[in-house]
Every structure is written in structure tokens, then in C-alpha cells.
Design a binder for this molecule. Sequence first.
Ligand code: CDP
Length: 193
Amino acid sequence: MQFTVAIDGPAAAGKGTIGRAIAARFGFAHLDTGALYRAVGAKGGDPVLAAQSLSAADLARPDLRTLAAGQAASRVAAIPEVRAALLDFQRRFARAEGGAVLDGRDIGTVICPDAEVKIYVTASPEVRAHRRWLEVGGDPALVLAEVKERDARDMNRTDAPLKPAADAVILDTSALGIDAAVARAVALVEARL
Ligand code: CDP
């Protein structure tokens, strides 16, 4: 069976948590596509070469979740050749036998326009920054500024900008706990299976 769940949305909206929960619930494979861009940014050097030669070791770096790695990721993610180098891997993952969940920014719009389920997860910048602050700590004002700056860059780039697919279901988690958000996403998948 081929079945793709595309989860997109801005920084720290809860895409990863929802994606992992859906994958565990239905036995699907899960790909955090942001980790690919974080690994390219963290590798340094020519980002296009880094994307073309990305290895499992690059993806296992312990420093990929830092604010600096997020910023570096969104800078390299604006380069069309970087995105092109990562496209095939993501598409193959999405159509692998047994079902797949991918979370990112352009899954429903560019990587898998034919995904069976598309969810755009969002929340207010303040709620998202608070969640990211719980994860990384530091100065809360700096975390909010980082989230806003990265969203602006991701939404305004020319190649594969962050936006909901026309047929995506919008899931605003500003006032939803994680269990309620996951339950909504599970219901969307069940309805389509
Ligand atoms: O976890 P968080 O939502 O903060 O970020 P992430 O999903 O790890 O993505 C890091 C950065 O990679 C984003 O800010 C985007 O610039 C880029 N990205 C992208 O362009 N396309 C994707 N499919 C996934 C991430």
C-alpha cells in the first residue's frame, strides 16, 4: 500500500510530534525533512555539494536542533539547487510501500502534491516560540525573534515557499493540547484510509 501523509507548517508548530504520533499509530515510516536542511546547513562549505553528498552521519549530528542550526537550515533551504538535490530522496520515501508521513514546509505543495492526507499545522508565533523555548532554553525574546525571522524567510522565498496547499486541512494548535491535536490528525488519516 502507498499512502502519504504530508504535514507542513511554520517553525515549532508541532509538525514533528504529530508526524511521529501518526507514524506510530498507523505503522507508517516517518521523515523529518527539516533535518535534511538542518544537516546541510550544519555541514558548512558549499551547501549544494553538502546536499548532494548528505550522509547518515550528517543526519546524526547532535547539534541539529539548536537555534543556530535552524537559521542555517532556512538560509540553505532558499537555494533552489539545494532543494533539487533533496527532492528525489523525499519523493521515494513518500511512495515507499507501507505508508509514509513527511513533515516540512513544501510536502503538500511540491514534494507530494498527490498526498492522500495534507495537514497544515500552525499556531500563534508566541505559542510556537514558547514551545521552542521549552526545547532549547535561553532568552525567550531571542527565541521569539528567531521563530519570526525564520518564518518570514521561509514564507517569502521564491522556491517552494511555506504556504498551505489548496487542499490542506488547517490545524491550529494555539489552544489545543498535544493529545487533542494528534486526535484530530488521526481522524483525518482514518477518514481517508
Ligand atoms: O522544527 P522546526 O519546525 O523549527 O524546523 P524544521 O522543520 O527542522 O526546518 C528547519 C528549516 O528547514 C525551516 O525553517 C525551513 O527553512 C527548512 N525546511 C524547508 O525549507 N523545507 C522543508 N520541507 C523542511 C524544512
